[in-house]
Ligand binder design. Structure first.
Ligand SMILES: [Cu+2]
Length: 157
């Protein structure tokens, strides 16, 4: 009985913390969680978006994104080539069957090009994601204060 109660307490705590922290959205077989973006400084024309995309069942593809906060939202990959970080624009991001893909700083990310106003910590940005088979969903990306890590450069060439 005691074990049962502590298990129940653990479940309550974990579901509570998930409910308060995670930005979650669902469309069809796709679940988006942990979405966020980072604050930008005045004059910075681009911001980036991060999240986890999970799919149940057969694979799906993220094929586009739009936001009222930016002129254009692109999908980028980032990788080290020698000593240089290279970013590439992608036409789609594949989420394999019954699996998930994480967009993280230094890896895949959404790029908000042509920001209309700087992103301020505490605000949130709406981004509409379009999936090949599951359709469109609007996700709210809370803006986090910039951490210690250096901003990555967004020179595409
Ligand atoms: Cu980028």
């Amino acid at each position: 009985m005691k074990n049962f109660i502590s298990l129940l307490a653990a479940l309550l705590v974990s579901s509570f913390s998930m409910g308060t922290n995670a930005q979650e959205a669902k469309i069809g077989r796709v679940t988006i969680s942990g979405a966020y973006t980072k604050a930008t400084v005045a004059g910075q024309m681009a911001g980036s978006g991060f999240m986890k995309i999970a799919v149940s069942g057969v694979s799906d593809q993220l094929i586009g994104a739009t936001s009222p906060a930016a002129g254009d939202v692109q999908m980028h990959s980032m990788s080290m080539e020698g000593n240089t970080m290279k970013m590439r624009q992608m036409n789609s991001i594949e989420i394999p069957a019954n699996s998930s893909v994480e967009l993280t700083p230094g890896g895949l990310h959404l790029m908000l090009m042509g920001l209309k106003t700087p992103l301020k910590a505490g605000d949130s940005v709406k981004i509409k994601l379009k999936f090949a088979s599951s359709g469109e969903v609007e996700v709210s990306f809370p803006v986090k204060a910039m951490g210690g890590e250096s901003m990555h450069e967004h020179s595409m060439k």
